[in-house]
Design a binder for this molecule. Sequence first.
Ligand code: NAP
Length: 257
Amino acid sequence: MAKIALSNQTILITGATSGLGRAMALALAPRGNRLIVTGRRAELLATLASEIEALGSRCLTAPVDATDEGAVAAHLTDAIGKLGRIDVAILNAGGGTALRLGTERASAVAVKESMARNYDTLVNYLVPLLDYMQSVGGTIAYTCSPAGSFGLPKSGPYSAAKAAGRVLFDTARIELGHTPIRFVALYPGFTYTEGLVESEIPFKFLIIEKERAVRQMLRAIERGTAHAMFPKRIAWPVRIGALIPEPIRRWFLRQVS
Ligand SMILES: NC(=O)c1ccc[n+]([C@@H]2O[C@H](COP(=O)([O-])OP(=O)(O)OC[C@H]3O[C@@H](n4cnc5c(N)ncnc54)[C@H](OP(=O)(O)O)[C@@H]3O)[C@@H](O)[C@H]2O)c1
C-alpha cells in the first residue's frame, strides 16, 4: 500500500479528549496539519485545541457523542464544509471496563453499553466516511484491540464489541479494496492511558507507555499497514491463541483468570 506522510493533512481523530487519541493529536500537531478533534467533553477539547494551535497545526473541535448517528453526520458535514476535505480519519473512540459475565455488574444494560461505546462509535463514523472517501480517497484507521481476537475473562463485552468492529472493518477492506481508501487496523496492547485500570491487568510487564503506542500507531498509518498489533509480547501470544483449538485456549484462560 502506498505510503503517506502525516504532515499537511486534514486529519479527524475521534476519542481525542484523553488517552491515545489526545496523544496522537499532540504528536501530529507540530507537523503542520489541520486536525479535527472530537469527544464528548467540550472543556477538554478546548484545552487540546489551544495546545495543538501553539504547536503549529490548525484545529477544529466538536463535542460529539459518537453513539449519536445524526450528530456524527452533522459533524462530518460541518468539518468537510469548513476544512474542504478529510484525508485521514482515525476512529479511536471507545474503551473498556472489566465486567465478568454472570455477576450483578454485568447487566444487559452494561453489556450493551460496551457495544455502543466501542462498536456504534465506529459504525457512525465509518459508514459516512466510506461513502465520502470512495470517490476522493483517503485513509481510515480504526483503533481495535488484541482483546477483539477471542473472548477473554472479565473482558467479554469489550472483546465482543472490538471483535464486531474488527470483522466489519475487515469486510470494508474486502468490499472497497478497489477504491482509493487505505484501511489500517490498529491493535495496541495494554497501554498506560486515562482509560486503563492498571489493577485489572494481570501481568504489569505487558503494559506499554502511551508515547510508544502512539509512535507505532502513526507509523502504521503512514505505511498503510493493514493490521498493526503490538507490542510483540502481546501480538505473538494472541496470534497463537487464535490458532490453537478452542478447548485448549479455554483451559489456559481459566487458569490465568
Ligand atoms: N489503553 C489501552 O490499553 C488500549 C488497548 C487497546 C485498545 N485501546 C483502545 O484505544 C482507544 C482509546 O482508548 P484509551 O485507552 O485512550 O482510553 P481513554 O483515555 O478512556 O479515551 C477514550 C476516548 O474515547 C472517547 N469516547 C468514549 N465514548 C465516546 C462517545 N460515546 N462519544 C465520543 N467519544 C467517546 C472519550 O471521550 P469523551 O469521554 O470525552 O467522550 C475519550 O476521548 C479505545 O478505542 C480503546 O478501546 C486501548
